[in-house]
Design a protein around this ligand. Structure first.
Ligand SMILES: [Zn+2]
Length: 176
């Protein structure tokens, strides 16, 4: 699944000390946690730079770009979602160091043994996902068969009275 030029595991401390860059593409299909939500099988364009800032913080900054496909929680239709994620991570060795990071950085716990680039990228994409994915325009939902409440009666609501009736029947028998 790996695009060849990308290292699997990388020591970000070394990369930051050398002001290195991570440029390339990763397959979405290789990101198994994201795959539980995402149906697209495209690539993520990774453009990150590492370095050491004036405050002595080792950082990783840059952009991740991709397009995923989620399920709209209103119409249950496919929702194409372009993701353009800005990354600004401050490297830490232990959790306690997170408090000392300047506000512009999100803490990233990085062991000396290095971390998997795909895992880092996947984490950032997962954090960027909407809590409740929905089409922005209601018309897109309607095109997928969704009817807004109050306009027409959706199939589910038309069935509802019968479901309620069925649940009442045993009670009415008992009361008689
Ligand atoms: Zn929708």
């Amino acid at each position: 699944m790996w695009v060849p030029q990308f290292p699997n595991k990388i020591n970000l401390w070394h990369l930051a000390a050398e002001s290195g860059r991570l440029e390339g593409e990763l397959m979405l299909a290789a990101m198994l946690r994201l795959a539980a939500l995402n149906r697209a099988d495209g690539k993520v364009t990774v453009s990150l730079m590492a370095g050491l800032d004036d405050q002595g913080v080792h950082f990783v900054k840059g952009k991740l770009r991709t397009e995923i496909e989620l399920v709209c929680q209103r119409c249950l239709g496919p929702l194409q979602l372009p993701l353009d994620v800005t990354v600004s991570l401050g490297l830490i060795r232990v959790e306690a160091e997170a408090d000392r990071l300047p506000g512009e950085y999100e803490p990233l716990l990085v062991p000396e043994s290095g971390i998997a680039v795909a895992s880092l990228v996947e984490d950032e994409l997962l954090l960027a996902l909407p809590q409740i994915p929905r089409h922005e325009n209601l018309r897109e939902c309607e095109a997928n068969g969704y009817a807004a409440p109050g306009t027409t009666t959706p199939e589910a609501e038309r069935r509802q009275p019968f479901a309620v009736l069925a649940s009442l029947l045993p009670d009415s028998k008992r009361s008689n």
